[in-house]
Design a protein. Structure first.
Length: 256
């Protein structure tokens, strides 16, 4: 196994097509000079001890097809510039300490078809609707993060999807209809996902609609209730008045 940092001089290898340094003991940051290797179509740095942020310069690699940074100690956000890698077919950044949200530029990966694996990080925020633009993508793993909100309906556009694992997040709401035949284990341990899958709760009216319905019931029933009270009170008063009038008439008759 090779130890130490990845030298910045690596950026001088302008004709390099594949960079595979996986399963070693590389430490330190990924040098930004990696962005000079414009002919790269594969970067595999998985299973090392690399730390720091993913360099923005990765977005300069327009020929990149496979990118694997999984099982390191990378932190910070996924750079927006990564969306410039239009030819990317497989992206793996699982088992790191990445945070922030998934950039909307993810939708630029129209060639992404093999894999998108961002599992076991500290990513948060909503799952971007732009994910639905990746119609050829077959495998998505966003599990073990802090994603919140609902699963976007745009997922219905992903015709090639065979795995969509979003377990162990804080997602809620109904599972989109195209995923009704999926495995329930892809959705377990969330805040409140519901659907027709075995092991998940059935979807009922969301809190907003429940409140709206309750408000409507109150708005409709309140006037009816008041009207009934008014009628009852009126009948009661009329009854009392009639009884009193009857007694007065009886008293007048007796005096005569």
């Amino acid at each position: 196994m090779i130890k130490g940092g990845i030298p910045s001089e690596l950026g001088n290898l302008k004709n390099l097509v594949k960079l595979s340094l996986s399963t070693n003991r590389f430490t330190g940051e990924i040098p930004p000079e990696i962005g000079k290797l414009v002919n790269l179509n594969l970067i595999d740095l998985r299973n090392n001890q690399l730390s720091g942020k993913v360099p923005n310069q990765i977005g300069q690699l327009k020929s990149l097809e496979i990118l694997d940074f999984s099982s390191n100690q990378l932190s910070g956000a996924i750079p927006d510039d990564l969306g410039n890698c239009f030819k990317l077919q497989s992206l793996k950044m699982s088992n790191n300490s990445l945070n922030g949200s998934i950039p909307s530029t993810l939708g630029h990966f129209l060639s992404l078809q093999s894999m998108l694996d961002l599992s076991q990080n500290n990513l948060s925020g909503p799952i971007p609707s732009e994910l639905g633009m990746l119609e050829m993508l077959m495998y998505v793993n966003l599990s073990h993060n802090q994603f919140s909100g609902a699963i976007p309906g745009s997922i219905a556009s992903m015709q090639s999807l065979s795995v969509f694992d979003v377990s162990y997040n804080v997602l809620e709401g109904p599972i989109p209809r195209p995923l009704h035949n999926a495995s329930a284990k892809w959705f377990v341990h969330n805040k409140g996902l519901c659907g027709e899958l075995a092991g998940l709760s059935h979807c009922y009216l969301p809190p907003y609609h429940r409140k709206t319905r309750l408000k409507l019931i109150v708005e409709v029933s309140a006037p009816v209730f008041l009207a009934i009270i008014s009628i009852v009170a009126t009948v009661f008063l009329l009854s009392v008045c009639r009884k009193k009038l009857s007694q007065e008439n009886n008293n007048v008759v007796k005096k005569k």
